[in-house]
Write a protein of this length. Structure first.
Length: 125
């Protein structure tokens, strides 16, 4: 089975030895993305960072031939659980029914990052 290693200049370059996305058959995995723009600048504030995070994931998905409607699982990593409600508001702008399953946890990220997310998608045949 052939792999597609997705790369796009419309999202930040990987910060280490990993791919932005990878597709094997109909399954696409996207590496964690944060609120960093393709030019390396960081979006200001939680809402703009999370919006940029999801935009980055949309772009990395596209690089592997998928889109947000193919997403079955999202993992969100928050630095502050008090931002859960704001996260839900932004999330609802990107995902519609049937909604992907989601896990949300609190973590420590390097400043000034406030949120990170990754996802798994399955492309319909």
């Amino acid at each position: 089975m052939n792999d597609i290693v997705g790369h796009t200049d419309r999202a930040p370059r990987p910060a280490g030895p990993y791919s932005q996305s990878r597709r094997r058959g109909s399954v696409v995995a996207c590496a964690g993305q944060a609120g960093i723009r393709a030019d390396g600048s960081v979006a200001e504030g939680f809402v703009l960072q999370f919006r940029q995070t999801l935009e980055n994931l949309r772009e990395t998905l596209a690089a592997s031939g998928a889109d947000l409607t193919d997403v079955i699982q999202v993992r969100v990593f928050l630095t502050d659980p008090a931002q859960f409600a704001e996260m839900n508001e932004v999330y609802a702008d990107f995902f519609t029914d049937p909604l992907p399953v989601r896990t949300t946890v609190t973590v420590t990220l390097p400043a000034p990052l406030l949120v990170e997310a990754d996802l798994l998608a399955v492309v319909a045949d």
